[in-house]
Design a protein. Sequence first.
Length: 104
Amino acid sequence: MDQAKKNRLEAKGWKVGTVSDFLELTPEESILVEIKLALSQSLKERRQKLMTQSDLASRISSSQPRIAKAENGDASVSIELLFRAILATGATPQDIGEIIASVS
C-alpha cells in the first residue's frame, strides 16, 4: 500500500497494519502460517495434475472434504496431513523441504 493511501485511511480512523499485527502473531507463528499456506497451495497444484480429491483421500485414508480443506489452507488441517497428502502425490521429502524453503 502506498504511503498516501495509508495516510488517508489512518486520518479516517482506520488502523493499518499486517495480518500478523492484527492477530498479534509472534514471528514464529507468522512463519508457521506461511509454511502451511505454501504446503496447501503446493498440494492443490500437484493433486490437480494427477488425481481427484476423492482419489487422494482414498490413498491416505481420509475424506474428500478433508482434502478440500487441506488445499484451501483451513487452520484445522495439521501439517502432518499436509505432508502425508503431498507425499501421496509422489513428492519426496526433498520436495517438501523445497516448498518450506521457498517461504520468505
